[in-house]
Design a protein around this ligand. Structure first.
Ligand SMILES: [Fe+2]
Length: 476
């Protein structure tokens, strides 16, 4: 009996304790083991010749590696894999480290330490299919994942999604899977922030990785940090400034740019995808966006890509509730205008909004854009998860003096977008999670001039709370 009781106590001590009142417990598949899991590909260097991969294991895996081979049809590509040593980092899930201080996330947390590993595969050929696998402890290998490097130029498609944030496994999973069905050839998936609700909660990332499964490993991610990835503060900091989740940098291997402040390393970066496309990622959670604005200005000035896309979490033109990000807009809009940025992809407002801007317009725009009209920038706010807000009452009418016009809006829907770049054409299509097209626009570029050459924004009818299923805010 006594032995049994001791065993029960030992088991109870070994069991992870729910850290928050609203935790839904820790499903058994989320515990780290000798096997690699949470495998995600990203870009750190030149996407034509390299890609990065991060994964997780139990903390006792201190040294490990990955392998890569050309994805030929031969049955035994595993015999010719090139070995690449991993960089390993131990992460204590119950604490975070800030300026060398170890801070408990929650006093009664008994969450374990885990190990994050990453590699960068270099020296690859452009537009070529590779197969790779990653290892946990010796002999504990993942399956082989196939990933295609970027072309130096030429047509590509990619997926963009707004906030996943809540019910990530139960309700967001259908969106990312529908996105893959709509664009199985997508070269990357751009997540415009608030990937989870509380970025420091390991169990939410467990949901994110299970929802996307092998898609995260196969299609590189371009993750944007949202306000929900900044969910902790140092109790010793009188200002209680929020800090980036301790899981972000270990689990996404992303570019480090010495021209940016340390606080935004791996949350602000540029992906020079090809001669046709540069993607600039901003971290709009910072109290002062000036250093990033200056960096963006210089980056855009130097950019030689045919199409330039900027992505950030907080929208330049808000669409949710009574929101407005005036300071960010005042700082960033002149830079976007100056360089005639083509597309701005955002999240945060839990609504669907797409608008076109013609910065050259002399008067506030009163009517929508028609096919043939010139424009400078297309702005999109989107949401891929189940949390939904009411659309901003005045729409974008008060933004009209900037030259922007709202072309399509939506409430109470989960969306994803497929964006194609093909020479002088950019095609944009928004879908709802059932795979039905909700909105589309095609832009053509001639020299510095851009024209709207196609727009489909009337069917299906505008989604509103009063013409869709009853909604209840998710409490998960
Ligand atoms: Fe947000």
């Amino acid at each position: 009996m006594r032995i049994l009781m001791m065993a029960a106590v030992a088991m109870a001590l070994a069991m992870p304790v729910a850290a928050h009142d609203d935790d839904h417990g820790q499903p058994p598949w989320q515990g780290a083991s000798a096997w690699p899991d949470r495998i995600v590909a990203t870009f750190e260097g030149d996407p034509a010749t390299s890609f990065a991969v991060s994964w997780r294991t139990a903390a006792n895996v201190a040294v490990t590696r990955a392998e890569i081979a050309l994805a030929t049809p031969d049955a035994r590509i595993d015999l010719v894999g090139r070995s690449v040593p991993a960089v390993t980092e131990r992460v204590d899930l119950g604490t975070l480290v800030n300026n060398g201080r170890v801070i408990p996330i929650k006093a009664n947390d008994t969450l374990p330490a885990v190990a994050y590993h990453s590699v960068r595969f270099d020296g690859l050929k452009p537009d070529t299919l590779y197969a790779y696998r990653v290892q946990g402890s010796d002999g504990h290998w993942s399956e082989w994942f196939q990933t295609r490097t970027a072309p130096t130029a030429g047509p590509i498609r990619f997926i963009y999604m707004g906030d996943a944030q809540n019910g990530v496994l139960s309700l967001w999973s259908r969106t990312i899977r529908a996105a893959f069905m709509a664009a199985p050839d997508a070269r990357f998936m751009l997540h415009a922030g608030d990937l989870v609700n509380r970025g420091s909660r390991d169990v939410e990332w467990a949901d994110w990785f299970k929802a996307g499964g092998f898609l995260h490993a196969m299609i590189p991610a371009i993750p944007v940090a949202g306000n929900h990835e900044y969910d902790m503060s140092d109790p010793a900091d009188a200002m209680r400034r929020r800090m980036l989740s301790h899981l972000w940098r270990p689990q996404f291997r992303l570019p480090v740019d010495a021209a940016l402040p340390a606080s935004v390393q791996e949350t602000a970066y540029v992906v020079h995808y090809s001669a046709d496309l540069d993607v600039f990622v901003l971290d709009t959670n910072q109290p002062d966006l000036t250093p990033q604005a200056q960096w963006l200005d210089a980056q855009l000035q130097a950019s030689k890509a045919r199409w330039r896309i900027v992505t950030m979490h907080h929208p330049v033109f808000s669409s949710g509730g009574d929101r407005d990000n005036k300071a960010g807009r005042d700082l960033l809009l002149p830079i976007l205008n100056k360089h005639s940025v083509d597309l701005v992809l955002q999240g945060h407002d839990h609504t669907y909004a797409r608008g076109l801007l013609d910065a050259a317009a002399q008067a506030p725009r009163r009517t929508g854009f028609k096919v043939g009209d010139t424009l400078t920038t297309m702005f999109v706010n989107s949401v891929s998860g189940p949390k939904q807000y009411q659309f901003r009452k005045q729409g974008w009418d008060d933004y009209a003096p900037t030259g922007v016009k709202l072309e399509r809006q939506g409430e109470n829907g989960q969306f994803f977008q497929v964006i194609g770049i093909d020479g002088n054409r950019l095609s944009y299509t928004a879908y709802t999670a059932d795979g039905v097209q909700y909105d589309a626009a095609v832009i053509e570029k001639r020299g510095n001039a851009k024209r709207l050459v196609k727009q489909e924004n009337t069917a299906p009818p505008t989604r509103r709370f009063d013409n869709t299923l009853p909604y209840k805010s998710p409490d998960f």
